[in-house]
Design a protein around this ligand. Structure first.
Ligand SMILES: Nc1nc2c(ncn2[C@@H]2O[C@H](COP(=O)(O)OP(=O)(O)O)[C@@H](O)[C@H]2O)c(=O)[nH]1
Ligand SMILES: [Mg+2]
Length: 429
């Protein structure tokens, strides 16, 4: 689809179309079949569907023409070139959404939700992004903003006319701040869970060579991703694949194993295994259940979030391996042999991703999450100040909180912030 937005959109596209009625006479928001021709030679290039959406009732709030062509990249490049030759220019990443924001069609929180939707990789992440897109967070922040304005105004009156006591009395202000804090703390918790759903988690398979790590990776992925062999040291580079568990993308990293290296390549493999371990949220410590467990791997991973896996459970178990507390048996030669592990992993993921209480799930950009956390801090500081210090101190914190709500919604944010946000979008959104 080619999208043209701006006051000249219709004039620029008109010479390229052949249709029963000319483009400027198109009714708004109606899809019509058109021919697309080379403006110079008049030669027909494609049959397309065309819609005009007149300002302000369009995504950007400007006049918009959309052409749904046949999907050949060469064709799309060609038509785009003609449109550019007619006076348009190529959009920068996220520019349509940026214009929608600048023209007041959506607030900044919703604009960022568009990027979250585009980046959503599971059903669950899509559901959260849809909620954000519908204004889930923005509505809450707007309500908070209104409450802060009222609170600040009340306290200012209190300061200016203390003898008349027409403002909020202090107890009411304290109670109001306490309520707002509870809300914002809940949002922050829910948003942190939401980031897990959106970003997913990374799980590294670690353990001694030949324990069955690569076989386990393949079994979890349901395909032969990593090379499996009885030769220790087969896996040298980190191999990865992603599955969805509990609606959360789970990136699995198979590693070379932590052993004394026999050569330079293996040494590099082990170094990469350690890096993979460091960037992981959870470790699967894979031990061959038929031999004495590798104590070094167990002690090296003891401080980390981990699940100990007793691999090759089809073989007679070694007594010491059997004694490992809380280990999950897996067998990769049996098609159901990893079900127990998948269930255990899904539980772990669910805990990290669980929607916090009645918030029902919030996903935000990292920028918004930082702002919400700062907001929680500002409210906490104002609560303290309302108890101990002169009123002015509490007002400073509350005004700071008010500014932060503005930043979430995009009130008075500078170009630098907008550039940063929209640079993460893809072209054409
Ligand atoms: N009996 C049995 N052998 C297994 C199982 N999983 C892996 N193996 C064998 O153990 C050897 C090492 O497996 P591999 O996955 O390459 O281990 P890695 O070095 O830890 O990646 C191979 O010969 C596999 O066929 C299992 O569940 N049962
Ligand atoms: Mg391997």
């Amino acid at each position: 689809m080619i999208r043209v937005s701006g006051p000249d959109a219709i004039a620029i596209v008109t010479p390229l179309l052949r249709s029963a009625i000319p483009l400027p006479a198109f009714p708004s928001h109606v899809l019509r079949r058109v021919g697309i021709v080379d403006g110079k030679s008049g030669e027909r290039a494609d049959e397309a569907l065309c819609a005009v959406m007149l300002a302000p009732r369009s995504y950007t709030g400007e006049d918009v023409v959309e052409l749904s062509c046949h999907g050949s990249p060469a064709l799309l490049r060609m038509v785009t070139r003609w449109i550019v030759a007619g006076g348009a220019r190529l959009a920068t990443p996220g520019e349509f959404t940026r214009r929608a924001f600048l023209n007041g069609r959506i607030d900044l929180a919703q604009a960022e939700a568009v990027a979250l939707m585009i980046g959503a990789r599971t059903d669950r992440a899509v559901a959260l992004a849809a909620r954000a897109l519908a204004g889930g967070l923005a509505d809450r922040v707007r309500a908070l903003r209104a409450a802060l304005v009222e609170l600040i105004a009340g306290l200012e009156v209190e300061l200016d006319f203390p003898e008349e006591r027409i403002g909020h009395d202090l107890d009411r202000a304290r109670a109001a701040v306490a309520r707002l804090r509870t809300d914002v703390d809940r949002w922050a918790a829910a948003a942190r869970h939401g980031r897990v759903v959106h970003d997913g988690i990374t799980v590294a398979l670690v353990g001694p060579p030949n324990a069955g790590k690569s076989s386990l990776l393949n079994a979890l992925l349901g395909r032969d991703r990593a090379i499996v062999s009885p030769v220790p040291g087969t896996t040298r580079d980190v191999v990865e694949g992603t599955i969805a568990l509990a609606g959360v993308p789970v990136r699995l990293l198979d590693t070379a194993g932590l052993d004394a290296p026999r050569d330079e390549i293996e040494a590099e493999g082990i170094r990469r295994s350690r890096l993979a371990m460091d960037e992981s949220d959870l470790l699967l410590v894979v031990l061959d259940g038929s031999v004495s467990p590798d104590r070094r791997v167990l002690s090296e991973t003891a401080g980390r979030a981990r699940v100990v896996v007793r691999a090759k459970s089809d073989l007679p178990a070694h007594a010491e391996a059997r004694a490992l507390p809380d280990a999950v048996d897996v067998c990769t030669v049996d098609p159901r042999g990893v079900d127990a592990l998948l269930e255990r992993l899904a539980q772990d993921v669910e805990q990290r991703a669980a929607a916090a209480g009645d918030e029902g799930g919030i996903v935000t950009s990292l920028r918004q999450l930082e702002l919400i956390e700062a907001l929680a801090g500002a409210l906490a500081a104002s609560a303290e100040a309302l108890h101990e210090m002169p009123l002015e101190a509490a007002l400073v914190d509350l005004r700071h909180a008010l500014r932060l709500t503005g930043e979430v919604l995009g009130v008075d944010v500078g170009d630098a912030v907008l550039d940063h946000i929209f640079s993460t979008f893809c072209l054409g959104k």
